[in-house]
Ligand binder design. Structure first.
Ligand SMILES: Nc1ncnc2c1ncn2[C@@H]1O[C@H](COP(=O)(O)OP(=O)(O)OP(=O)(O)O)[C@@H](O)[C@H]1O
Ligand SMILES: [Mg+2]
Length: 328
């Protein structure tokens, strides 16, 4: 064991989360995977920060490195100024982690899961009892205090995992896809709870592949793909500054090829895609393009069954950045 140096940086002046050229390469004899490829990241105190990216983008690996679970291949990860490689124990005390898998103790009750987590982190008995009660209240789980964990629905289990990560009052909360695989109503309830935590000043790093979630909850977002950050900013900034496209979709009765051809030549149209009877038009400006498309379809003798215009969204930002459609 390497002893921890006596001087540790002051948490008050350091960024809660920092990554410098962080890198992780998984390797076997047959292949190597660059999971995280030189990531720079700085999360501010009290910030709700999102890592947004598709499956395999490197989100969990990044969280793994920031939370001492995965050993970086290169670069540095710092929590409140502490290098995770050299101060793992001190880092663990400062962070709360909710991983992608259910890690609740199934042999304990809801309340006991909170209490014993607190005790494990050195929280004194009375304080741990108090925190367990407080958190059950805050997460609307008080009525389930004595339930066994295996009796909880997926949504409630997820809520309990987040409550548990907060028992020892960590400076930084890490949430790895906290709402994936839960029903829409539970997701909305969880969004409310996460919004409250943000308001209370909890520094949080969340990963998600859900664009709406990132847009709704996060102050700033890093869009990551193939282990690299492609863009960083507030949802509004990302939508405004990247020149994201307005997406216009038209469903045509019959063969849409002639319309797709003509659409590509219209002013303000950047790209056109066809999928069955659907035509997707990526427009650099929204005014007038939809009307022009419908007019063109009519002049070709095509019947437009459905037409819609989607203003720039994180989805269109992703598309613009990668040239690929975003699939969850
Ligand atoms: N232990 C491992 N050994 C080898 N390759 C790994 C390991 N863990 C992750 N990978 C690979 O690293 C890449 C990034 O994976 P990671 O789990 O970080 O992505 P993710 O963004 O969290 O994806 P998801 O949205 O599916 O959770 C993927 O190509 C994955 O297959
Ligand atoms: Mg993951």
């Amino acid at each position: 064991m390497i002893g921890e140096p006596a001087i540790i940086p002051s948490a008050a002046t350091e960024s809660p989360i920092r990554a410098e050229q962080l890198r992780k390469v998984y390797g076997s004899r047959h292949e190597t995977v660059i999971a995280v490829d030189g990531l720079d990241l700085e999360v501010r105190r009290g910030e709700f920060f999102g890592l947004l990216g598709p499956n395999g983008a490197g989100k969990s690996t990044t969280i793994g490195m920031l939370t001492t679970i995965v050993v970086p291949t290169g670069g540095r990860a710092l929590i409140a100024g502490l290098d995770v490689r050299h101060h793992a124990a001190a880092v663990k005390r400062r962070i709360g982690v909710v991983s992608q898998a259910n890690t609740l103790d199934r042999s304990l009750t809801v309340w006991e899961n909170l209490y014993y987590h607190g005790r494990f982190f050195g929280v004194p008995r009375r304080r741990a009892r108090l925190r367990a009660d407080e958190l059950l209240e805050q997460f609307a789980l008080s009525e389930r205090a004595q339930s066994m964990v295996f009796q909880l629905s997926g949504g409630l289990a997820q809520r309990l995992m987040i409550a548990r990560a907060l028992v020892h009052e960590p400076e930084v909360l890490f949430l790895d896809e906290p709402t994936s695989g839960i029903d829409p109503q539970s997701r909305i309830n969880l969004w409310r709870i996460l919004g409250d935590l943000h308001e209370a000043g909890q520094t949080t790093l969340l990963t998600t592949h859900n664009m709406d979630e990132a847009d709704k909850l996060c102050e700033r977002i890093a869009i990551i793909d193939n282990g690299k950050a492609l863009a960083l900013g507030s949802p509004t900034e990302l939508k405004q500054t990247l020149g994201a496209d307005t997406l216009i979709t038209l469903t045509i009765d019959g063969e849409p090829a002639p319309l797709a051809e003509r659409a590509a030549a219209l002013a303000g149209v950047r790209a056109v895609e066809r999928e069955g009877q659907l035509v997707r038009v990526f427009a650099t400006r929204s005014e007038g393009v939809l009307a022009k498309l419908v007019e063109t379809a009519t002049s070709l003798g095509l019947h437009v069954r459905d037409a819609a215009s989607h203003p720039p969204s994180l989805e269109t930002v992703f598309l613009t950045l990668t040239g690929r459609e975003y699939r969850e």
